[in-house]
Design a protein around this ligand. Structure first.
Ligand SMILES: [Zn+2]
Length: 308
C-alpha cells in the first residue's frame, strides 16, 4: 500500500496502550528486514531515516527504498524523518514525500525550539503531515553522560503542556532516563515523570528515544502510560553488523557480497519481530490493512501470560 501518515496509527496505539516500533534504516537490506518483519507480525511500522542516513544514501535513495518497500507490503508503513535538526531539512523531506517529520530543537533554548517547531508544524500541517518534536534532551552515550546530566536534561511536565499549546506538534519525544546509542540494556525510565507528562497532554503520543539501553519492564511501563512510539536503532545495528562479522569469519574466502549481507538482513528482521511483539503492535493490522485492537494476547504471551 502507499506510505501512510504516522498520525492515525500513533493515536490508535495511544488509545489502545501499545506502541509502534520506529526502526532506523540506512540501506536496502535494513529496509527490507524491517518491512518483512512488520508484515509477518501484522504490525504497522515506522521506518525512519536520520540526517546521517540521508547523507549516506542520498535523500532520493532513502525515500525511494522505503516507498518501494511500502508499496509491496500490506501493512501500513510510515516514512519518518528522525531528528531533523533544522527547518530546511524538514522542508526537503516534506517535498520528497515523507509522511511524518521530526524537528528536534532540544539543544536550543525553549523559545527557539518553540518558534521553529511551530514553523515546521504550520507548513507540514498544510499538506496533512504530522510532526514530532522534542523537549528535554535525550543525550548521547558517546558523550560519556553522568546520571546527574541525564536527570537534569529530563522533560518537565508543565513545560511539555506549554510547548504543545504553543507549537501544535503532533507527538513529543520526551527525556525520561534513556540515553541514545547505549550498548547494554540497563537504564530504567522515570515512569512517574512519563505519567505526569501524559496527564498534562493526554492526546499527544509520547515518543521514547534511546530504547536499546532501557530494560524491557521499563519500556512496557512507559507504553502503559502514554508512550506510543518507540525508536530502535542501536539494537538493530548491532544485530546487522554482528551477523555480517560472523559470516565473514565463517567464509573468509567468500567474495559475493550478497552472502555476507543477507545474514545481516535476517538478523535485523528477527530483532524487529522481537521488538514488535514486545511493544504490543503484533496482530494490530487486519487482513484488509486496517487497524484492530486485538493485540493484547501478543503482549501477554511475551510477558509469560499475565493479562492485565
Ligand atoms: Zn533519538
Amino acid at each position: 500500500m502507499p506510505l501512510v501518515s504516522s498520525k492515525q496509527i500513533l493515536l490508535h496505539a495511544l488509545e489502545n496502550h501499545y506502541a509502534i516500533g520506529a526502526f532506523n534504516a540506512n540501506n536496502m537490506e535494513q529496509v527490507q528486514g524491517i518491512v518483512e518483519a512488520a508484515q509477518e507480525e501484522r504490525a504497522p511500522v515506522i521506518l525512519q531515516v536520520s540526517q546521517g542516513a540521508i547523507r549516506y544514501a542520498g535523500l532520493d535513495f532513502a525515500t525511494g527504498l522505503v516507498r518501494i518497500a511500502a508499496s509491496l507490503a500490506d501493512v501500513p508503513v510510515v516514512l519518518h524523518l528522525d531528528h531533523g535538526t533544522d527547518f530546511d531539512q524538514n522542508v526537503r523531506c516534506l517535498r520528497a514525500g515523507f509522511t511524518s517529520l521530526m524537528y528536534d530543537g532540544s539543544k536550543k533554548p525553549f523559545d527557539e525550539n518553540v518558534a521553529t517547531t511551530k514553523r515546521v508544524c504550520e507548513i507540514a500541517h498544510l499538506v496533512g503531515i504530522p510532526v514530532e518534536a522534542e523537549l528535554g534532551r535525550v543525550l548521547q552515550s558517546t558523550d560519556g553522560v553522568t546520571p546527574e546530566e541525564v536527570e537534569a536534561a529530563m522533560t518537565q511536565p508543565d513545560e511539555a503542556q506549554r510547548f504543545i499549546e504553543l507549537t501544535g506538534a503532533d507527538s513529543l519525544a520526551v527525556a525520561c532516563g534513556s540515553v541514545h546509542a547505549m550498548k547494554s540494556r540497563e537504564a530504567e525510565l522515570d515512569i512517574e515523570r512519563i505519567k505526569a507528562i501524559h496527564a498534562k497532554i493526554p492526546n499527544i503520543p509520547l515518543v521514547l528515544h534511546g530504547s536499546s539501553g532501557v530494560k524491557h519492564e521499563s519500556v512496557l511501563a512507559a507504553i502503559e502510560n502514554g508512550v506510543a512510539k518507540v525508536n530502535v536503532a542501536t539494537y538493530l545495528n548491532q544485530g546487522f553488523t554482528e551477523a555480517m562479522r560472523k559470516a565473514i569469519a565463517e567464509m573468509p574466502d567468500e567474495t559475493d557480497p550478497r552472502k555476507i549481507i543477507s545474514p545481516g538482513r535476517e538478523a535485523v528482521k528477527e530483532r524487529v519481530r522481537e521488538k514488535i511483539r514486545l511493544f504490543g503492535s503484533a496482530g494490530v493490522v487486519d487482513s484488509s490493512g486496517g487497524l484492530t485492537s486485538g493485540k493484547r494476547q501478543f503482549r501477554s504471551a511475551h510477558l509469560g501470560g499475565a493479562e492485565e
